[in-house]
Design a protein around this ligand. Structure first.
Ligand SMILES: [Zn+2]
Ligand SMILES: [Zn+2]
Length: 558
């Protein structure tokens, strides 16, 4: 640096050679490990006639905040030097890498347009990537639509972006546009598409997409393979998930854990444990998702000893449990009706339990009619999530189970006063590639008349078999007859009835529900599967239920 200072002094005394040499000097100070970025900035700001090359060199190397300041100086100062295309390229690349607030990105976007650089495809692509990174899909889409030549990478950003923020329909819509544009997608694009299908739970679309991958000979790498396993598992086709998994040549820890979680959500605890053992045998170190999968499987399968063994093993392997792992353990004890163990486990947790854990515990308190612990759990829930209607509904049903009617009334009043409404149940079924949605008590479907006929046929036949509706699922203060009627209008019943109406055996009736299946609908669906000789798969918020011949794969624990 001492020599540099000398060179700098020399330069000041001989202005004719300054520009080029000063640029070199700034570059050295900014980039070289022997340099001094701070000094580089001083050199630039003190230079009466800086060049854009000098600015860009600094922009490229200084930390993001500083370079943005530098950029602001550049665009606000009335200097002869103007930002060029590289200025924006370097800055945007940095924003993508390090993340910047969307507001500042918008500012830069405006400058790019004003300076006439909006024709550059590189800048377009960088802007799309930046907005996708900020999860601002509206802006990303706008820039994307304005591109006259879209490379595969940009398509990939947009589809991936939509899927990441949960706008699966939009993501698949862009995939449709790719096909229309005649572009052949690669495995990266297809992995995003498959993830989108999994999010929608649309099996027919998934099968088509998989067929397309095979037909186009798109390379199924470990990421795409894992996405396919996950998609089939989430769409209720666990056999197909296993088939894809078995066909994968290379399996990393994500691929293994996808298969484990797949078995777990299908209630196949033994299979999940056996895949976990295979994973260890294959010398792939189980990650936290693999442990989450086996714990989930143990909880659903009521395998308490195995669950505890896995928990100990996970801690031994140095994996820090997340809230989801703790939640699984509480679930394991609660489902197995080991109420004291659940209580002790929560008490000994080194972190504060989240609402999911308190809800699981409150359900167990309700089953055990434990007023003291239940009230404490309920209070915690309302403290943590005072605006979640689900908590009030659960808390009141807890009071109802404990026959504390006045407290139940009070809870309901509080919910009303706060203007909170429970989320209505919503179920969907895909028929011939179209998804039909049903909401509790909503009769806006064009085939309502036919659906009602199927529903009443079900009701008569189910009643003839001696089924008594479990009206305790309904908390309103109305007569049993009204409650029975309300149960018949649960969204999953409408979707199943529509499935019976529109399809014939052996087509599997596949229903996706946003909430947990209620006890009465679960019973009735079991009976339907036997009476109508139909296989029915219901994916609720927590897991899959596969109804065949009057039985459900969950063995009535869910
Ligand atoms: Zn129901
Ligand atoms: Zn079930």
């Amino acid at each position: 640096m001492r020599i540099l200072h000398q060179i700098h002094t020399q330069l000041i005394t001989r202005p004719s050679t300054t520009a080029f040499a000063l640029s070199k000097l700034i570059a050295f100070c900014a980039i070289s490990p022997f340099g001094n970025p701070h000094y580089a900035q001083t050199l630039l700001t003190q230079n009466p006639s800086p060049t854009i090359y000098q600015y860009n060199t600094l922009l490229k190397t200084t930390p993001l905040r500083q370079s943005f300041q530098l950029f602001n100086n550049l665009v606000t100062k009335k200097e002869s030097v103007k930002a060029n295309i590289y200025t924006y390229k370097f800055l945007l690349e940095k924003c993508v890498k390090e993340g910047l607030h969307v507001h500042e990105g918008l500012q830069m976007h405006a400058h790019v347009i004003r300076c006439g650089f909006y024709v550059s495809l590189t800048l377009h692509a960088l802007l799309v990537r930046f907005y996708v990174g900020c999860e601002e899909m509206g802006y990303a889409r706008k820039v994307f639509d304005e591109m006259y030549d879209k490379g595969l990478v940009v398509w990939s950003y947009v589809i991936g972006g939509y899927v990441k923020v949960g706008l699966f329909d939009e993501g698949l819509g862009v995939f449709g546009e790719i096909l229309k544009a005649g572009v052949v997608p690669d495995e990266v694009v297809m992995a995003s598409v498959v993830k989108g299908v999994a999010g929608l739970g649309a099996l027919d679309v998934g099968i088509w997409v998989h067929g397309y991958i095979v037909k186009r000979r798109i390379l199924v790498d470990v990421k795409l393979g894992t996405a396919l396993v996950n998609m089939y598992a989430k769409c209720g086709c666990i056999e197909k998930a296993k088939e894809v998994f078995d066909g994968m040549v290379v399996k990393d820890s994500r691929a293994w854990s996808s298969m484990i979680v797949g078995f777990a959500i299908h209630g196949l605890a033994d299979e999940a444990l056996s895949i976990f053992a295979d994973m260890e045998q294959a010398k792939v170190k189980p990650n936290h998702v693999a442990y989450l999968g086996v714990l989930l499987a143990c909880a659903h399968g009521q395998l308490v000893c195995e669950g505890k063994r896995m928990w100990a093993k996970m801690l031994e392997s140095g994996i820090q449990p997340t809230m989801e792992h703790y939640s699984c353990m509480v679930d394991l004890y609660c489902r197995a009706n080991l109420f004291p163990e659940a209580s002790t486990f929560i008490k000994n947790m080194p972190v504060d339990p989240d609402p999911v854990i308190w809800r699981t515990f409150l359900v167990a308190c309700k089953k055990n009619k434990d007023m003291e612990k239940g009230e404490a759990a309920g209070q915690k829930l309302l403290e943590l999530e005072p605006s979640n209607p689900e908590n009030y509904a659960l808390f009141s049903s807890f009071y109802a189970a404990c026959s504390e009617w006045s407290k139940m009334g009070h809870m309901k009043k509080e919910m009303r006063d706060k203007g909170l409404k429970t989320i209505p149940g919503c179920s969907s079924i895909e028929i011939d590639g179209t998804v039909h949605e049903f909401v509790l008590g909503d009769w806006s479907h064009p085939e309502t008349k036919e659906i009602k006929e199927v529903l009443s046929d079900i009701l008569i036949r189910v009643k003839a078999l001696g089924h008594k509706p479990n009206v305790s699922e309904i908390l309103h203060d109305v007569g049993d007859e009204v409650k029975e009627e309300a149960l018949c209008e649960h969204s999953e019943r409408l979707a199943i009835a529509y499935g019976i109406l529109k399809t014939k055996s052996p087509v599997v009736i596949r229903v996706v529900k946003n909430l947990r299946v209620c006890g009465d609908c679960h019973e009735v669906t079991k009976i339907i599967s036997r009476l109508y000789e139909r296989e029915i798969i219901v994916r609720d918020r927590v897991r899959f239920h596969r109804f065949v011949g009057g039985r459900c794969s969950c063995n009535d624990i869910w």
